[in-house]
Write a protein that binds this ligand. Structure first.
Ligand code: GLN
Length: 450
């Protein structure tokens, strides 16, 4: 099979199915086909060479429309590529298009996109999860073998779980965020979504590394995650937090996790119940911190520099107001208001500062457990994918969806979701969490279970 054939397959599949799934916002067919031809003729080799990939629409791509699913960026064609996009090009992957998401990555169902609702390929009446819903659905639907997502509070792992694919949120700092449209900078990470663990390990290897353009990117030596998929978990110590199998987690989800643990036990690993006592404050802490950071990050969308600009403004302040009132959707406005309130003088100590303190306690819970255990295992989400429209009008229920993924972002550690069974005909995900920069062990365990 040639590279142009591969790319052709991808576009054929998209043409056949994306009218139903609605994963893509923008396609880049002509460029992708040209690039495929050039790559084929160059004779270049490499494990990812010629593989089609989809990119979440909050990752900037030079000359290719990048909207973060917001009306405020409806006409934005970036003048540079994100570092991950440059790295992918070096590895030889071919970007076929940009993937739908919740506006500015705020949401858990992709229903907050201002353009279209992506559907879960397993059942078109269900959500694909979010905010990287397009990224997970495109891989699950076979439109692309690989995609990139971003994860601030669960946005790679939760949609991967809902769509029955593999999604990794790397350690904070593992992957450069340069060119990722910022939501909450102390939490955001880019990561790979694929059909299996081995693909995922290869794709992460291609995008990691320190980057002079992102001072939070870490200078840790690159390693081969894929070479370490040895199948060996003998003597591995697994911690299972009781909070992760507690209230609100469906019986079938619990059973699927226990079945996965049995498989790992059969291979010589052992597990014990532990506690992450502060994880119950995770959702509250996250929504204070993430919204505070978002209110500051989103101040740049003012109608002056790029994107949407309202008409008929009377003066500069009126232009800002109209542009932002018309350009942002409801959820984004809700977060900006919440964040601005939390950061305002007089409330700062009670909310933002308190949340930072609780974040430290949550992080310490993880450190304590990792003194005695190699990985932490639990479900990715309390329930399988819900129906489109079912909870969109109830933000607090929507927020609670991320109860099991958010603590991982607050602690900055890596976490993966791998498929682990079905409930109600919908896929379930197993979450495997590791120490800082120990993606290697996370992948090794995920591979055995898979
Ligand atoms: N669902 C969470 C939120 O709405 C997480 C989103 C994300 O990880 N980008 O903020």
């Amino acid at each position: 099979i040639t590279i142009p054939d591969l790319v052709d397959e991808s576009f054929k599949r998209i043409a056949a199915i994306d009218g139903d799934v609605k994963a893509f916002l923008t396609l880049d067919e002509e460029n992708a086909r040209n690039q495929a031809k050039e790559l084929q003729e160059s004779g270049k080799t490499g494990i990812l060479n010629g593989v089609p990939i989809g990119v979440k629409d909050n990752i900037v791509t030079k000359g290719l429309r990048t909207t973060a699913a917001s009306q405020i960026l409806y006409n934005f064609d970036p003048i540079y590529d994100a570092t991950v996009v440059n790295k992918l090009r070096e590895a030889g992957t071919i970007t076929v298009g940009k993937l739908n998401m919740d506006e500015f990555a705020m949401g858990s169902s992709t229903e907050n996109s201002s353009y279209q609702k992506t559907r879960n390929p397993w059942n078109l009446d269900r959500v694909p999860g979010g905010s990287s819903g397009g990224s997970a659905a495109s891989v699950a639907a076979g439109e692309v073998p690989f995609s990139l997502g971003s994860d601030t509070g669960g946005s790679i792992r939760q949609p991967a779980s809902f769509c029955g694919v593999v999604g990794m949120k790397p350690t904070y700092g593992r992957v450069s965020r340069f060119g990722l449209i910022a939501f909450a900078s102390s939490l955001d990470q880019i990561g790979p979504i694929t059909r299996n663990v081995e693909d995922n390990a290869h794709l992460l290897e291609a995008i990691v590394g320190v980057d002079p353009y992102d001072t939070t990117s870490a200078n840790v030596p690159g390693e081969s995650f894929a070479k370490n998929l040895t199948g060996d978990v003998k003597g591995l110590r697994i911690a299972v937090p009781k909070e992760y199998l507690g209230e609100g987690v469906s019986e079938e989800v619990k059973q699927s996790v226990l079945a996965a643990l049995k498989v790992l036990e059969g291979q010589g690993a052992s597990w014990e119940e532990v506690s992450l006592p502060h994880s119950k404050y995770g959702v509250a802490t996250y929504y204070l911190l993430a919204s505070s950071e978002a209110s500051s990050n989103l101040a740049r969308f003012d109608g002056i520099r790029y994107g949407y600009r309202a008409e008929n403004a009377e003066n500069l302040i009126d232009l800002y107001k109209k542009t932002r009132a018309e350009g942002f959707g409801d959820e984004v406005k809700r977060r900006i208001m919440l964040g601005t309130f939390a950061l305002s003088s007089g409330y700062y100590d009670a909310y933002y500062k308190k949340a930072q303190q609780v974040r430290t306690l949550i992080k310490k819970d993880f450190e304590d457990v990792f003194e005695n255990y190699d990985v932490i295992i639990g479900p990715t989400t309390p329930t399988p994918a819900f129906k489109i429209g079912e909870i969109i009008d109830d933000p607090l229920t929507m927020y609670a969806n991320d109860i099991l993924t958010i603590p991982v972002n607050l602690a900055g550690v890596p976490g993966i979701s791998v498929p682990c069974g079905f409930s109600d005909g919908m896929p379930l995900g197993l979450q495997i969490i590791g120490r800082h920069f120990d993606e290697k062990t996370v992948y090794r365990v995920a591979h055995v279970y898979e």
